[in-house]
Design a protein around this ligand. Structure first.
Ligand code: KG4
Ligand code: ZN
Length: 380
């Protein structure tokens, strides 16, 4: 609809320069420039290399997105940018660019949270997020279970990894198997030829006394590495497909089990899965089956929207505009450890936590009533 907010979003928290343009829940452009090939030989993202690549890619990627969307920069209702969490230098390139464009164009600036963006992107695929939303966020840097009564103002962590992130485990296991970087997509592919039950790898933090919603993947990674070492020491060939499938099964089993449990415990009848690891085919299949068995509706965006991109930032920015949230100040700074509980960074003086008075705005499609009802349900 033409009266929905038209927002450009800039994402530079890691190695992807992403620029997306959305109108409300409609994706108009999703331009990406990745420096992943420049990091591959180091087996992980090198922050300085990423920052420089963002700087070089920024203006051309913005121009490409505007062209793809067929809109003029002057028509935008706002510019959104990832303010954190992420690599400090990389974030700085994005926030500086966003400020420059917003200032030059006279548009409001919205510094938003990378994790909340990974959740909000699903509005581009499946429409308005239910409130509250239960989200399993699995990426190279994070693995969390989040309950979001309102993605623009209220995101609550239920649990997270106590050591490695799920994607990090994929990357480390891939390195031990000499499969290259990033590891997730290769392991996903290799696993298709393997037997997920060939090797019984450990399921971290699944004992009856373990924290219900936290994850641990470091022990699993070590178990896989030891298993491979033993094979090599015995002069035997490492069955890469079986190791990949069995490792992947262990990760996916724990992620889906805990996510479904969180939904049941909190009386939430749908689950959103986001972040790079949500592109994993086995995770999608197992989540689909387990959610169906539990009467839970699963929402997973298409793989391209799961990995880092600018559209997700634009999606959250558009929601900020639609709900008339305060914009950010020109002093907005990149915060490498921005807490997940802060979906955006409003100008100082604006209380952005609960109880914000939401005035109705031209773009308004306020869900405040629904929001209040669901919040009550949560606490009762
Ligand atoms: O969200 P993302 O693009 O960047 C971060 O914010 O971290 O996630 C990247 C991570 C990497 O660890 C990568 O190995 C993993 O997501 N990943 C996958 C798959 N595609 C990407 N992991 C498992 N299966 C995949 N198909
Ligand atoms: Zn991410």
């Amino acid at each position: 609809m033409a009266d929905e907010p038209l927002v450009l979003g800039i994402e530079t928290s890691c190695d992807e320069t992403g620029v997306g343009i959305v109108r409300g829940h409609t994706l108009l452009a999703d331009a990406i420039a990745s420096s992943v090939d420049e990091h591959a030989r180091f087996g992980g993202v090198v922050p300085e290399v990423a920052s420089r690549a963002h700087l070089e890619a920024m203006v051309p990627t913005i121009q490409r997105a505007l062209k793809e969307a067929g809109v003029a920069a002057s028509d935008l209702d706002g510019i959104a940018v990832t303010a954190g969490p992420g690599l400090a230098g990389a974030l700085l390139v994005g926030t500086s660019a966003a400020k420059a464009y917003a200032y030059a164009l006279g548009k409001p600036l919205y510094g938003v949270n990378h994790l909340a963006s990974h959740i909000c992107v699903d509005q581009l695929e499946h429409g308005a997020l239910p409130e509250p939303t239960m989200a399993l966020l699995v990426s190279g840097g994070h693995s969390s279970l989040l309950l979001a009564p309102d993605i623009t103002s209220d995101v609550r962590p239920l649990g997270s990894t106590i050591d490695d992130a799920a994607g990090e485990a994929f990357d480390k296991v891939a390195r031990v198997l000499n499969l290259g970087f990033p590891g997730g997509p290769v392991i996903d592919r290799m696993a298709r030829e393997g037997d997920p039950e060939a090797i019984a790898f450990p399921r971290g933090l699944t004992g009856s006394r373990d924290p219900k919603y936290d994850f641990s993947f470091s022990g699993l990674k070590t178990a896989v590495a030891r298993w491979i070492e033993a094979k090599r020491a015995a002069g035997e060939e490492v069955p890469v497909a079986d190791v990949s499938a069995s490792f992947q099964e262990a990760v996916v089993d724990v992620l889906t089990r805990k996510a479904v449990r969180a939904c049941k415990d909190h009386g939430v009848d749908h689950l959103m899965i986001g972040g790079g690891v949500a592109a994993n085919s086995r995770l999608r299949a197992m989540a689909e089956r387990r959610c169906e068995d539990a009467g839970i509706t699963l929402r997973v965006p298409r793989p391209k929207l799961c990995t880092d991109n600018g559209a997700m930032v634009a999606a959250l920015g558009a929601e900020m505009v639609a709900r008339n949230r305060p914009h950010s100040a020109w002093e907005l700074s990149a915060d490498s450890s921005l807490p997940v509980t802060e979906p955006h960074v409003p100008a100082p003086g604006h209380e952005h936590r609960h109880g914000v008075p939401h005035s109705h705005h031209g773009h308004g499609h306020s869900h405040d009533h629904v929001h209040e009802v669901s919040k009550d349900n949560l606490y009762s």
